[in-house]
Design a protein around this ligand. Structure first.
Ligand SMILES: NC(=O)c1ccc[n+]([C@@H]2O[C@H](COP(=O)([O-])OP(=O)(O)OC[C@H]3O[C@@H](n4cnc5c(N)ncnc54)[C@H](OP(=O)(O)O)[C@@H]3O)[C@@H](O)[C@H]2O)c1
Length: 237
């Protein structure tokens, strides 16, 4: 996809991978429609990025995906790509995990991804072009103790995305996942000290993942990278 002048919707745009992707793609000439919950943060980012617009909202709200597509069409007259990235990571042992937090994570990390994917693709398929990138994880490919529910959401994102990719093959619409390993974002801010990763094992910066998102988007028409796994070079497993 030629990025200049194209419109991308980015969920989870307020920090980490979403924010870094918004900055990189805006620099590449894309017009960004940004969404997240914290209005002040979103306004600060939107003001810095040329041509960007913001919609404040919670992705768990079933009405938000359609509102986002409608806003893109109203403000920009088109929607070329969606980076479906908002997510949280709640973990814990069987004894200690917060069950309500796990189930709320399932709604955001999977149900909201399903809703946003279908709403976006119902717009893109009839127009005969478009790009959907969902955010999975290394944890969407392999399991880890204490991460069962998070693993489940990301395995589910992998399955959903791959099935949609095949369904849309030849339609002009491309569907892919980006699969980051540990990345230095706010995802782990609420973790206890003993849950945190060993910093000696390295972390990606959000900008490293943003470059992968751009790389997926920028392939020529006949090429699709359906999955892109990116991990810190020092991560042992
Ligand atoms: N960091 C990693 O190591 C890593 C690795 C693999 C995959 N991932 C995935 O990458 C994605 C982005 O995470 P990140 O690492 O960049 O974390 P982050 O810095 O915590 O960013 C998460 C973003 O999602 C937004 N958000 C959270 N809950 C939301 C909700 N209910 N509705 C709408 N927006 C919501 C947050 O903004 P507000 O709070 O303002 O809403 C924020 O912009 C997630 O899907 C995560 O699972 C991360």
């Amino acid at each position: 996809m030629e990025l200049e002048g194209k419109v991308i919707l980015i969920t989870g745009a307020n920090s980490g991978i979403g924010k870094a992707s918004a900055e990189l793609l805006a620099e590449a000439g894309m017009k960004c429609l940004l969404t997240a919950r914290d209005e002040k943060k979103l306004d600060r980012l939107t003001e810095r990025l040329p041509g960007a617009k913001a919609v404040v909202g919670d992705m768990i709200d079933p009405a938000l995906p359609q509102r986002l597509v409608d806003t893109a069409l109203e403000k920009f007259g088109r929607l070329d790509a969606v980076f479906n990235n908002a997510g949280v990571m709640n973990i814990g042992s069987i004894e200690e995990a917060d069950l309500e937090a796990l189930c709320s994570m399932v709604r955001l990390n999977f149900e909201a991804v399903v809703r946003m994917s279908y709403v976006a693709l119902r717009h893109m398929k009839p127009q005969g072009n478009g790009f959907l990138i969902n955010t999975s994880s290394l944890a969407g490919l392999k399991t880890f103790p204490h991460l069962g529910a998070y693993n489940g959401t990301k395995f589910a994102v992998e399955a959903l995305t791959d099935a949609l990719r095949m369904e849309l093959a030849g339609s002009g619409v491309k569907v892919a996942v980006v699969e980051p390993g540990r990345t230095n974002t706010h995802l782990f801010d609420h973790w206890t000290e003993d849950q945190k990763f060993d910093p000696a094992q390295g972390m990606l910066e959000p900008e490293d993942v943003a470059r992968c998102v751009r790389f997926i988007l920028e392939q020529p028409e006949q090429v699709l990278i359906p999955r892109l796994l990116v991990v810190p070079a020092r991560q042992p497993r």
